[in-house]
Design a protein around this ligand. Structure first.
Ligand code: SF4
Length: 405
């Protein structure tokens, strides 16, 4: 073994023999799990390659799965975790190239949707999501106190500003566990939704768990989309939240879907999850009865005073891999770069757009965290030859059979 290979094995904490036996592709997998995935829970990582022959067979298999996925004529809902892993662990440049091809077949690659997210009710939430500044459990450390719900007038004034600045989707978030016993609040929120729609904007709300009747009421008010993130894989989820289950989240998504409202559901990267958990997240959303209309990809913004306040930032390549894989698995979905974009360089954002992301949150704030502003974002889009997407203008381009490779 050369000195270079020995040093590389040491750098990635791999036994030299394993490192030497592994192909370049397997090394990519192993490095990805070692470098970007601190583990604090039972392992479910892919096993190391047993032999070079078996590894080569597996690599050919992975390449075939990617080829078939890229050539698919429309959305598929029968993905297995193994197939998703085969795509996710492809060499990153190849993965990004293939996802860019899919993106161009299903979307206008020059268009990026501008959305603004307003907190219409801050703090005081009874849930214990470990990343959230708005939970009462971490209030002592975060200093964020519960506030009353914003008035309909103030919300619509913010929506008008967002529209003037170029946003076409206005999202309203309330820090609640659910909507039980909030009849009055629901009435006001419906008025907000109607007002946003009257401005010609798409409207989205995120209010915690809702039942079928509440979903139907929101649909009648003209709601375009309901956001409820699954956050991470089913396995890792209990390490992040204990006060409501993964299945409860999926039930809310079913109520939203059944009411005819677009589902917006995504994840947060950098919670301490592994690559396998990111694959699990992608598996959950890509095997729903219909793909989410919108898949937000958040990078954790660690907030002092929350249990995850000291987490290191997510490795950018994991973010890019997740976006590229999501684009291939869910070709028609709008993929949003959500929280954490503030710390991403312009070049990193451009790579995400290239890989298939086609929406961003822009404005003064994103819930309780800093957000890139409209002027900054419009200038960025201009420099890269991109332009804002119009409202309700994301119907997929006419389908043509994809190339074989
Ligand atoms: S439910 Fe929402 S507002 Fe409440 S703690 Fe969790 S993320 Fe925060």
């Amino acid at each position: 073994m050369s000195r270079g290979l020995r040093a590389a094995a040491k750098r990635h904490s791999l036994p030299p023999a394993v490192f030497m036996l592994s192909s370049a592709h397997t090394r990519t997998q192993l490095m990805s799990t070692v470098v970007d995935t601190p583990r604090t829970y039972p392992s479910h990582q892919p096993p190391p390659a047993p032999s070079q022959g078996a590894d080569q067979g597996r690599q050919e298999d992975a390449e075939r799965i990617l080829r078939e996925a890229v050539a698919a004529k429309g959305p598929r809902h029968d993905w297995t975790r193994k197939q998703i892993a085969s795509i996710y662990y492809q060499p990153l440049m190849e993965l990004t190239y293939q996802s860019a091809k899919v993106h161009r077949r299903f979307h206008d690659p020059a268009e990026v949707q501008l959305c603004t997210l307003m907190n219409i009710k801050t703090g005081g939430c009874t849930e214990d999501c470990s990343y959230c500044a708005q939970s009462t459990r971490y209030q002592k450390g975060t200093g964020i106190e519960a506030k009353r719900v914003e008035t309909v007038e103030s919300v619509l004034a913010a929506a008008r500003t967002a529209r003037e600045k170029g946003s076409t989707r206005f999202c309203m978030g309330a820090a609640w566990r659910d909507m039980r016993g909030r009849k009055n609040a629901l009435k006001n929120i419906k008025a907000m939704v109607e007002g946003v729609r009257a401005l010609g904007m798409e409207s989205c709300v995120t209010l915690g768990m809702i039942d079928g009747e509440q979903a139907r009421e929101l649909k009648e008010a003209g709601l375009t989309a309901y956001n409820h993130n699954v956050d991470t894989s089913r396995e890792f989820y209990p390490s992040v939240i204990s006060t409501r289950s993964y299945d409860e989240r999926l039930r809310t998504l079913a109520h939203v879907r059944d009411a005819g409202i677009n589902v917006c559901s995504g994840g947060i990267l950098g919670l301490g999850e592994s690559s396998e958990d990111r694959i699990g997240l992608l598996h959950t959303v890509s095997t729903l009865p219909s793909h989410p209309e919108s898949f937000p990809v958040n990078a954790l913004v660690p907030i002092k005073g929350t249990p995850l306040g000291d987490r290191p930032p997510i490795d950018f390549t994991s973010m890019l891999r997740t976006i590229a894989t999501a684009r291939i698995l869910m070709p028609s979905t709008i993929i949003r770069i959500a929280a954490g974009r503030k710390t991403m360089s312009e070049e990193k954002q451009a790579l995400c757009f290239m890989a298939g992301a086609n929406a961003i949150f822009t404005g003064e704030k994103m819930l309780t965290t800093e957000c890139n502003g409209w002027d900054e974002d419009n200038a960025l889009l201009g420099r890269w030859g991109l332009r804002p997407m119009r409202s309700f203008d994301k119907s997929p381009k006419p389908e043509t059979p994809g190339p074989a490779n």
